[in-house]
Design a protein around this ligand. Structure first.
Ligand code: ADP
Length: 597
C-alpha cells in the first residue's frame, strides 16, 4: 500500500472510531452528570428532611406536657364534679391564660360525653364551649387509653390543627373528662415556602395535611379505600373539604405533581417517617435541573471529546510531519552521501586522468625534445657547415702557403681558422644547457651579485661596443635558484641587448632590479631597434631568430623561458614607449642569507 493511501486510511479510521465512540461517550457523560446531580440533590434533600422533621416534631412535642398539666389542675378536675358558673369562668380564664402563655392554638376541656365545658376561646364567636367533639378520635382515644392525638380541620373554626388530649379525672375520681390542646402547624409551611422548597407531610391515609404548596393540601397520593372514606366521614377529619387525588406515580420515589393549573412537573420523592404513626414528611427534588445538569455534562463531554479528537489529530499530524521531515532529512543525507561518493570517485578518476595526462605530456615533451633535437641537429649542421668549410679552405690554403714559405699569410689563415673555431665554440656552448638535466638546487642566490659577475664577464664586449651600461641594483637581492641558471639567463638577455644596440650611435643598456610581490624583478632595456608587437609571441619559441645566419640560433630566449619556469618565475617581452626593447624577469625571493659568493 502506498504511504499516502495508508495515511488517508488511518485518518479515516480515527474519524470512524471517533464517531462510533461519540454516542456512548455522550450517554455516559449524561448519565454520570445526572447521577452526580441526583446524588447531590438527594443528599441535600435528606439533610433538609431531617431538619424539617425535627422542627415538625418539635412543634408538636413542645405541647405534649400541656394536656397532662391541665388534667392535673384542681379547678379543672373540680369542674367535672360541680359546674358552678364562677368555677367555669375561672377555668375559662385559666385556659385562656394557659393558651396565651404556651402559645397553643386553643385549649379546652370536654366532659365524658364529649361536650366542651370550657375553652380558651370562650369569648370568641367560634367558641368551642357547648360543642360536642365525641366523634373525634383524640376524644375516644383519651377515654379509651388515657391519651390521644389527631390531626383535623376544626369543625367550628374551619382551621386545621393538631389535637393533643389527656384524660382528666374529677377530684373524687368519679367523673371523667378530656383536656385538649390544639396546636397550629400552619406556620411550619411558611418556613418551607420562604425556602422555596417543595415539602409536604402526609398522614396515615396518604393525605397531604401540610404543604409548602397550598394547592397540594388535603389531596391524597394513594387512592382511598371505602374503609378509609367511612372513617373520614365518621371522625369528620377533613370536614367541609372535598378530597381529591394528586399527581401520579409509578413508584413512590418518582412523583408527577401539578405545579400550576396547566403544568405539572416530575419530582424525586424523598420521605422520612415521623414519630406520629403512618405520618411521613416528603421533600421533592425537581428532575428538571437534574436533566439540565446532565445536558450540561453531555455538552462538556462533547466539547472535551472534540478537543481530544482534535488533539489526537493534531498530534498525529505533527508526528506525521516530523516523520516526513526525518525521511526528507534521511533522503538528503543519502543524496549527500551519494554525491560525496561520486565526488570521491570523480576526483580519483580526475587524478588518474591527470596523471595519465601528465604521463602523456611527459611523453609529448620527450618526443618534442626529440623532434627539437632533430631540428637542432639540422640547424647545427647548417650553422657549423659554413665555418667548417671555411676552416677546411683556410687550412688547405695555409698548407699551400707554408709550402711556398709565405709564413705571414699562413699566420693570417691560422687567425681566420681560430676566429671560425671560436664561433663554432660559441654555437656549441649554447647547446650545453640541453645536456644539463640535473635537478635544480634551489638555494638562496644573490641576483645583484650575479649581475655584477656577468657584466664583468662581458666587460670586453661592452668596452669594444662603447655601450653605456646604466644599472639600478640594490646591494643584495636574494632569490631561490642556482648560480649557473641565473647567469645563463643574464648572459642571454644582456647579450641580446648588446647585439641589439650594436648599430646604434649612442648604445645604451639599462639594468634594473627591484623587489616586487615577495620576489625580485629584473628589467633589461636597450635602445636598439626593438621588435614589432606581433613578433612578441614568437620571441620565446625555439629557433626563432631575426639575426643573420651564423649570428643567432634562436635558442637564447627559449632557454631563458625554460630556466625561469624551472625557478618558479616568469618572463615577458615589452616595447617601451620611448622605443627599443625591454625584457622583464620575475623570480621568487628567498629570506635566507645568500650562500653563493
Ligand atoms: P638569437 O639571439 O640566437 O637570435 P634569441 O632567442 O636570443 O636567439 O633571440 C631571438 C630573437 O629575438 C632575436 O633573433 C631577435 O630578433 C629578438 N631579440 C632578442 N633580444 C632582442 C633585443 N634586445 N632587441 C631586439 N630584438 C631582440
Amino acid at each position: 500500500m502506498q504511504k499516502a493511501d495508508r495515511s488517508v486510511w488511518e485518518l479515516r479510521r480515527i474519524w470512524l472510531v471517533g464517531f462510533l465512540l461519540l454516542p456512548f461517550l455522550l450517554l455516559a457523560g449524561g448519565w454520570l452528570g445526572f447521577n452526580h446531580a441526583r446524588e447531590q440533590a438527594l443528599q441535600q434533600a435528606d439533610e433538609r428532611l431531617t431538619l424539617y422533621a425535627s422542627s415538625f416534631e418539635g412543634a408538636i412535642n413542645r405541647y405534649d406536657y400541656l394536656p397532662w398539666l391541665i388534667a392535673q389542675t384542681p379547678d379543672v378536675r373540680r369542674l367535672l364534679d360541680q359546674r358552678a358558673p364562677e368555677l367555669i369562668e375561672r377555668v375559662n380564664e385559666f385556659l385562656l391564660e394557659t393558651r396565651n402563655t404556651s402559645l397553643a392554638d386553643e385549649v379546652y376541656l370536654m366532659d365524658a360525653e364529649g361536650l366542651t365545658l370550657v375553652s380558651s376561646n370562650f369569648r370568641t364567636a367560634e367558641s368551642f364551649v357547648g360543642n360536642n367533639y365525641r366523634f373525634r378520635p383524640y376524644f375516644t382515644d383519651a377515654i379509651r387509653t388515657g391519651r390521644g392525638e389527631f390531626f383535623a380541620i376544626g369543625t367550628t373554626t374551619g382551621l386545621p390543627g393538631y389535637f393533643l388530649s389527656q384524660e382528666v379525672f374529677s377530684l373524687n375520681d368519679q367523673q371523667r373528662g378530656v383536656a385538649v390542646v390544639k396546636v397550629d402547624l400552619e406556620p411550619l409551611q411558611a418556613d418551607w415556602q420562604s425556602a422555596a422548597e417543595k415539602v409536604f407531610v402526609s398522614d396515615t391515609n396518604h393525605i397531604i395535611v401540610l404543604s409548602s404548596h397550598p394547592e397540594w393540601k388535603y389531596r391524597y397520593l394513594e387512592p382511598l379505600t371505602d374503609q378509609q372514606l367511612d372513617d373520614l366521614e365518621r371522625n369528620r377529619q377533613f370536614d367541609g373539604i372535598t378530597l381529591s387525588p394528586l399527581g401520579s406515580h409509578n413508584d413512590a420515589a418518582l412523583l408527577h405533581m401539578p405545579v400550576s393549573d396547566t403544568e405539572s412537573e416530575r419530582f424525586l420523592n424523598r420521605s422520612l417517617e415521623l414519630s406520629r404513626p403512618g405520618w411521613r414528611i416528603h421533600y421533592l427534588v425537581p428532575l428538571e435541573p437534574l436533566y439540565r445538569f446532565a445536558a450540561l455534562t453531555t455538552g462538556v463531554v462533547l466539547i472535551l471529546y472534540i478537543l481530544c479528537l482534535t488533539a489526537v489529530l493534531w498530534m498525529r499530524e505533527r508526528s506525521r510531519r516530523a516523520h516526513a521531515a526525518l525521511q526528507a532529512e534521511q533522503r538528503l543525507r543519502n543524496l549527500n552521501d551519494t554525491l560525496e561518493d561520486q565526488v570521491i570517485e570523480r576526483t580519483a578518476e580526475l587524478e588518474k586522468r591527470t596523471s595519465e595526462l601528465q604521463r602523456i605530456q611527459r611523453e609529448l615533451v620527450q618526443s618534442e625534445k626529440l623532434a627539437a633535437l632533430g631540428i637542432m641537429a639540422a640547424g647545427l649542421s647548417h650553422e657549423l657547415n659554413q665555418p667548417l668549410t671555411a676552416v677546411r679552405t683556410y687550412a688547405a690554403s695555409g698548407r699551400k702557403l707554408l709550402a711556398r714559405g709565405l709564413i705571414d699569410q699562413v699566420d693570417t689563415a691560422l687567425d681566420k681558422i681560430m676566429t671560425l673555431t671560436s664561433r663554432m665554440s660559441d654555437i656549441t656552448s649554447q647547446l650545453k644547457v640541453f645536456v644539463r638535466q640535473a635537478p635544480i638546487q634551489k638555494q638562496p642566490v644573490d641576483w645583484a651579485a650575479r649581475i655584477d659577475f656577468v657584466l664583468d664577464m662581458l666587460e670586453h664586449r661592452i668596452t669594444q661596443q662603447q655601450v653605456r651600461i646604466d644599472t639600478k641594483i640594490p646591494a643584495q637581492a636574494l632569490i631561490r635558484g642556482d648560480d649557473a641558471r641565473i647567469e645563463q639567463i643574464l648572459v642571454n638577455l644582456i647579450g641580446n641587448a648588446l647585439d641589439a644596440v650594436a648599430q646604434q650611435s649612442e648604445p645604451q643598456v639599462t639594468i634594473r632590479l627591484s623587489d616586487q610581490n615577495h620576489g625580485w624583478c629584473l628589467q633589461v632595456e636597450d635602445n636598439g631597434p626593438g621588435f614589432a608587437k606581433e613578433q612578441i609571441k614568437h620571441l620565446f619559441e625555439p629557433f626563432y631568430s631575426t639575426k643573420n645566419v651564423g649570428q643567432g640560433m634562436g635558442l637564447g630566449l627559449f632557454i631563458c623561458y625554460g630556466l625561469v619556469q624551472d625557478l618558479g618565475g616568469n618572463i615577458r617581452a615589452e616595447i617601451p614607449d620611448e622605443g627599443g626593447a625591454r625584457f622583464v624577469v620575475w623570480l621568487p625571493g628567498s629570506d635566507e642569507k645568500a650562500t653563493a659568493a
